[in-house]
Structure formats: C-alpha cells, structure tokens
Design a protein around this ligand. Sequence first.
Ligand SMILES: Nc1nc2c(c(=O)[nH]1)N[C@H]1C(S)=C(S)[C@@H](COP(=O)(O)OP(=O)(O)OC[C@H]3O[C@@H](n4cnc5c(=O)[nH]c(N)nc54)[C@H](O)[C@@H]3O)O[C@H]1N2
Ligand SMILES: Nc1nc2c(c(=O)[nH]1)N[C@H]1C(S)=C(S)[C@@H](COP(=O)(O)OP(=O)(O)OC[C@H]3O[C@@H](n4cnc5c(=O)[nH]c(N)nc54)[C@H](O)[C@@H]3O)O[C@H]1N2
Ligand code: SF4
Ligand SMILES: [Mo]
Length: 740
Amino acid sequence: MTTATGPRVVHKTCNLCEAMCGLRIHVDGGRVGRIEPDPDDPLSRGAICAKAVALREIHEDPDRLRQPLRRQGERFVPVSWDSALSEACERLGAIQKQHGDDAVACYLGNPGAHSLGIVLAVTPLFSVLDTRNRYSASSLDQNPKHASSLLLLGNFLRIPIPDVDRTQHLLMLGANPVVSGGSLMTAPGFRRRLEALSARGGRFVVVDPRRTETAQYADEYLSIQPGKDGLLMAGLLFTVLNEELEGGTVLAERGRGLDDLRRALAPFAPEEIEPVLGIPATTVRRLAREFAAAPSAVCYGRVGTCQHPFGTLVSWLIDVLNLVTGNFDRPGGVMFPRPAVDLAELAEMRGRAGTMLEGHTRVRGAPIFNGDAPTPCLAEEIETPGEGQVRGLLSIAGNPVLSAPNGRRLERALAGLECFVAVDYYCNETTRHAHLILPPTGSLEHDAYEVLFHGFAVRDTARYSPQVVTPDPATKDDFAILCELVLGLAAEKAQGPRRWLWSAARRWLPRPGTRRILDALIRLGPRGDGFRPWRRGLRLADIEAEPSGLDLGPLVPRLDEVLATEDGRIDLAPEVMRAELARLAHDLESRRNTPEPTGLVMIGRRDVRTNNSWLHNTCMSTKGPERCTLQMHPDDARDRGLVAGQRVRVAGPVGAVEAPLELSDRLRPGVVSLPHGWGHGRAGTRLALAADHAGVSCNDVIDDAVLEPVVGNAILNGVPVEVSAVPCAETPSAPAPGVA
Ligand SMILES: Nc1nc2c(c(=O)[nH]1)N[C@H]1C(S)=C(S)[C@@H](COP(=O)(O)OP(=O)(O)OC[C@H]3O[C@@H](n4cnc5c(=O)[nH]c(N)nc54)[C@H](O)[C@@H]3O)O[C@H]1N2
Ligand SMILES: Nc1nc2c(c(=O)[nH]1)N[C@H]1C(S)=C(S)[C@@H](COP(=O)(O)OP(=O)(O)OC[C@H]3O[C@@H](n4cnc5c(=O)[nH]c(N)nc54)[C@H](O)[C@@H]3O)O[C@H]1N2
Ligand code: SF4
Ligand SMILES: [Mo]
C-alpha cells in the first residue's frame, strides 16, 4: 500500500491496451505527475505510446464519476453505495424471480479484461446470474480466435502466440500492431521488434486493404479486398500441401486428418481462386513457398480477419498454416507462454476449456459460442416479447451503443429496459440509459496485474502494479462492487434462511481482496510452489520484489503440457471447418459466375490516440487534427466529384452518418475507412470534451443482421456503403449535447 505523502515514483503496467508497457509514474502528495516509460521493464524495455498520459487525465477528469448515480426521470441524482447496490440487486433479482433467469442479460466490455477485480469476480457473477443472455465485446472481436484454439488444442484460451523476436518470416493479415499495440500478441514496442526482424535478415509481409502504418515496415505489401482472406489462406495451404512443402514433428506426431484437409482444400488451387481473389496465382504460390522454406515463419491475423464473414475459418487456417509448415511450438514460430497465472490451465481444471456451440439465441437462432451470445443480437432480445425476453441488463466496462453494429437500434432498445445497471465510471452513450450507474475507482487507485495478457505475451514476465494513489475511502473498486452484486443477487435469489445468510454476507463479510487471491493463483500456477512450503516456487512477493517486472525468459516449447484434446492429437479437418471450406468453395463458385459489385465497401481504422470509445474525453485524444474522418482513395473521390475536407454522407445498410472526407492513396480503391468509437454527440451523456469532438459512429451504419455463422461474431468490415456530397445548406452545426 502506498502513502499519499512525499514525491515518489510508482511502477505500473499501462492497462489501456494489450501491449502492457511498463510505466514510471511520478506522484507527489497524492497528485499524479509525469508518466514516463520504464526502461527496466523486461518486456516493454522503455516502449510507450501517446495514450499513457491519458491515465493521468482520466484520473483527474471532472466527468469521471466517483459516486453512484440513480436515474430520476431524465436526470441522474447521486445516491449512497448501500442504497445503489441494494436497489440494483433487488430490481435485477425481482426480474429474474418473476420472468426467469434469462430475463436479465449481462454485457462485459473490453476494459474488463484489463481489470484484475473484474477478471477475478466475473466468474462468480456469471454463476449467480445464471443467464443464457451473456454478451461481451469478444463477439465483436476475437471469438473466432478462441474457436480456432478450441478446435485445434481443446482450450479456447490457449492462443498460439507469434514468437516475433526470433522469427525469420512474419506474414500478417488484418492487423496493425504499430498503431494498436498488438492484440492476442502482447509485444510492446512493436515497431522496434519489426526493425530487429529486418536487421536479422527476416522477411515481413502484410496483407491488408489499407497500406497501414505497420505495412510501412513490410518487405512486401499485398492489398486485399475485404473479406477475401479465406481464399488467400486456403490458396496458401493448398500450395503447401499440393507441393508437399509440409513437415515438422508436431504434424508428424500430433496431427491427424491431413488427407481430409487436402481433400477439403481441393477447390482452392491458386489458379482457380485468382479471378475472385484478385491476387496472381504466381504470387500466392511464391508466398507459400517462401513461408514454408523460411528457417522459421509465423502467420498472424487479428481483428481484420475476425470481424469477417469467414472469421473462424480464416483464424483456423492461419493456425493450421503455422502447424503444417513445422512452425508450431518452436522458436520463431507460434509458441505457448508459461505465465505465472495461467488462466487457460485454470479453465481446464474447472472443466471450462470451452464449448463450440452452447445453444442458439432465442430470436434469430444465432450460435452461442462458449456461453457468449453474439452482441449484435442483444437489441432484438430486448425488443422481442415472449418467454425469455430480456428485461434487465447488467453492463460492466462497456459501451455497446458505440461499439456494436446498429448502435441506434440498441440505444432505443436500452431505453425500454425495466432495469439497467451499469458498472462504469463514465456516463457515456450506453450508460446514460442506465437506472443505476455504479462507478469503480480508476486504474491508478487500485492494484493491478494483467492476468490475461501475460498469457498472450511474446516473452514470459510477471509484473505487479501497486495502487498509485490512495482513493477516497468512500469509493469502491470493481472487485468490491462485483462481489457485493454477487452476494446481493444470491440473497435475492435464495429462499428461506439462506437468503438472510447471503444478505448478512454482503454487509458484514470481510472480503479477501484481489491481492490475496492473486497470490493464491500464482502459487497454484505453473511456476508456483503449490502451497507446499518445501517446494521452491513463485509467490506474489517474488514478483513485487521486482517493481519493473520479473523476467521469466523467452518462450519455450510446451505443446505436450498444454495440448488438451481428448485423444492428445490435433485434428486438421474438424467437421465444422470442412463445412466452412465447403461454404467458401460455394462462395467462390457464385462469385466466379457473377460480376464483382462495383460499389464501395467500408472498413474500420484505429488511431494511436484512441482506444475504442472511451479515451475521447481527454486532450490526449482530442487535440490535433480531426480523427473521425472518412478516408477514401483519390480515384474514388474523383469519380464521385468529391474533394478533400468536404463533408460527405456515408449511407449503409442500417443508417447514414456524415463526416469530413480525407483522401488517402494508402487505401485500396473501392474501400473507404471510418474509425469506430466516435459519435459522442448524443444527448444525456456527461463527456464534455468528447461532446466537443463528437465525430460520428460507424456502427450507426453497420448492419446487426449479418453474423459470421460459426461463432456468431460481428462482421464489421467490408460493409457496402454509398458516399455522396452533403449539400452545403444541409451541413449541420455541431449537435449540442444535453448534459443531465
Ligand atoms: N465498427 C467497429 N466496431 C468495433 C470495432 C471495430 O474495429 N470496428 N472493434 C471492436 C472491439 S475489438 C472491441 S474490444 C469493442 C470494444 O467495445 P466495448 O468494450 O463495448 O467499448 P469500450 O469503448 O472499450 O468501452 C469501455 C467502457 O469501459 C469503461 N471502463 C474503462 N475502464 C474501466 C474499469 O476499469 N472498470 C469499469 N467498470 N469500467 C471501465 C469506460 O468508461 C467505457 O465506458 O469495440 C468493437 N467495436
Ligand atoms: N490505438 C488503439 N489501440 C488499440 C485499440 C484502439 O481502439 N486504438 N483497440 C484495442 C483493441 S480492443 C483491439 S481488439 C486491438 C486490435 O488490434 P489490431 O487487430 O491490430 O487492430 P486494427 O488496427 O483495427 O487492425 C485491423 C486491420 O485489419 C484491416 N482489415 C479490415 N478488413 C480486413 C479484411 O477483410 N482483411 C484483411 N486482411 N484486413 C482487413 C484494417 O485495415 C486494419 O489495418 O487494438 C487494441 N489497441
Ligand atoms: S501501447 Fe500505449 S496504451 Fe498500450 S500499453 Fe503501451 S503505453 Fe499503454
Ligand atoms: Mo478488441
């Protein structure tokens, strides 16, 4: 525990993105001062980005909520923690008692993965809620990757991580880690890692519809039409198997079904796919040969290949390419971290290594992957009457009105809920519809450990972040809030004397706190002492003794330890992926016989000064040029008589928005790009600065009706749009946000 007096430096891991940069934060008398990179962090080695300073801005933000709010008509009034928590449990509990457990939904947003308190408390919370209506940002993001891991390795959390620091060949699709910091590949300072790859004579190939900031470092850049990655990956694998370039011990000793895979890939000879893929067959064959011949190679795909009509198939083909070329579980290929707390192992111990299909949603029958219903289905589950209709919502660390497709529809649906409880410290576009907002302490006010992301890191390290400043004793952290909700909801749902016991527990039971639980998880983890005093092993104290982080070394082969399939083999042709290959072959066939549509399609874009929807109330994010612009290739603009800087209307399947036009020859002609997370001009929020730099939400244009069919992931790129000039007279002045 830190004290609030005297100047000092506190070491902390930045928790804003997955890169886990080590920071040194200067504090004086409780005031947060300079934030600088920590050169001694064994993983980030002094890397940092512009966002880190936002930690101070968020800490000081007068709009950040510090006390629970309760809706009163159109206004929010401050209430005590006790009454807010009691009311939340009573109202959600009453809905479940009257209409069944499924009548209360929950949504878990992205920062939940970065909060130790949320990661630790969310499992009991899900258990007590016991609802089929569980939604999260994962179905807008990475569920296809989890599905691939589940199919290949028997564990949805066992993501194969590119060993970028030792590879000689990196093939990257649909990712821009120089800007995003990397995802499901924690590799801070990615630019430096690319420079090192180049310096050791390695090769870097990028496949993306936009010549991204990352592609600037590539030896070869391939422009691809959005949604065509399935063909490219199938063509690469076809070539490897057809030209007998496969090999490696993992394939020989663990693989099965290679012949079935070969058969399923038969329609995808590079010459056959060329007219639809638009990449010459000679290029595809050369890429495959170069990949297979490299001393080590790794193929990596991220959100561009997940928010995709063939997301699970592409993610799986990427893993399979690594496997059949002998690049699985070896230095320079993909590897499996051995973190101090191994959530994948814990999931397995609990018998929760994942389920491909846990059922279907009530209204449209979409797949529920691993208990996670597709977020694009949430609005209709609220709107559609009948048994199982969602009437209550508990949302934690999320902003689906801006992050999920067809945000306008979701917004209308949220307004009709009987009870909406949000655990969030901003009154944003989503939480402003809540009946109760329960604000946790900010990330400088509680301790932290990135339990999830150490498991996805390119090097094994462990770093504990103590509290930077002491919070007001009247506040609560996420862990305390969620624990009280668990106990309070359990009391509401229990009968007889058990009800009283749970109630008493909520009020009087001392809680162990995140620190003690973390210590127990470390001791029970793969490097821990297992609570056997005679055994040497890691404890939290050992990690704390290294404030810049404990270096546990480069990744080592460990497939034997982590492979969790029933027969200890890796199935290279699971039925569900063969069916997807058949769907892709059918898609190929129908596109071959119909002319390519000539309209524009829209993709997203990330900027180093943004983080999804929630850093826009900071100067860090809003200063400088406008970021929420529609980017278009100059040829497309000329064809439409559009010029840089003018306002354009972007009309898509479910709506239209207006944004300034920016011309960029980095984009593939026919593709336009609008970033997500903007659109702060809605009334009723409490984000003064963000409202002045509102931008528009691309998700007001994107369709919630289309889903990837295997896991139900949202398809957020390749959206058909029309772009036209906004007549000057129609150009609206900035909408005035109503502040409640
Ligand atoms: N069109 C399009 N849409 C997209 C994407 C895209 O590429 N294109 N990307 C998708 C992806 S990858 C993701 S992950 C989602 C993100 O979608 P969401 O997770 O729904 O949205 P965020 O913008 O991350 O909102 C985070 C919220 O958490 C709150 N918060 C921050 N820290 C904490 C904390 O410590 N505790 C609590 N309780 N709350 C906290 C913030 O105030 C904010 O309200 O967006 C998706 N939406
Ligand atoms: N600065 C910043 N950093 C962030 C975030 C942020 O909002 N801002 N968000 C964080 C989150 S939640 C996540 S999940 C990660 C995401 O991390 P990344 O996956 O690295 O994110 P993006 O920059 O969106 O990269 C996706 C790329 O896919 C491309 N793309 C779009 N459609 C297709 C397609 O059909 N095929 C191919 N091959 N490419 C396509 C886009 O042009 C884009 O370059 O970033 C995290 N880090
Ligand atoms: S890249 Fe930026 S936002 Fe991400 S962890 Fe590092 S400093 Fe934080
Ligand atoms: Mo994400």
